[in-house]
Design a protein around this ligand. Structure first.
Ligand code: ZN
Length: 92
């Protein structure tokens, strides 16, 4: 039997957004697939659109996208825009 979203989320480590302290229950791909974050994975906060990076302890620290290659920076900005556009559809 398939597990519910929250049960599956709790199989994964959680971390907090370095900007707004929102708890990331899980890292989910845009297609809904849950992934296990790895050190150096980037994450976009669904609450404030801040970009963070997982460290070895799987906590998240603030990340400056100026460190990325221009192509990767553009991808992260696109994801941030998608997060922000979702706020309009589902206001808190
Ligand atoms: Zn945040």
């Amino acid at each position: 039997m398939r597990k519910g979203i929250r049960e599956r989320a709790h199989d994964l480590p959680s971390a907090r957004c370095p900007a707004c302290d929102y708890e990331f229950l899980a890292t989910v791909m845009p297609n809904g697939e849950f992934i296990t974050p790895e050190p150096n994975s980037l994450v976009v906060c669904v609450k404030c659109a801040a970009i963070g990076q997982y460290v070895d302890s799987l906590n998240v620290r603030a990340f400056d996208i100026a460190q990325l290659m221009p192509k990767d920076r553009a991808t992260m900005k696109r994801i941030q825009r998608e997060v922000k556009s979702r706020w309009k559809e589902e206001p808190n």
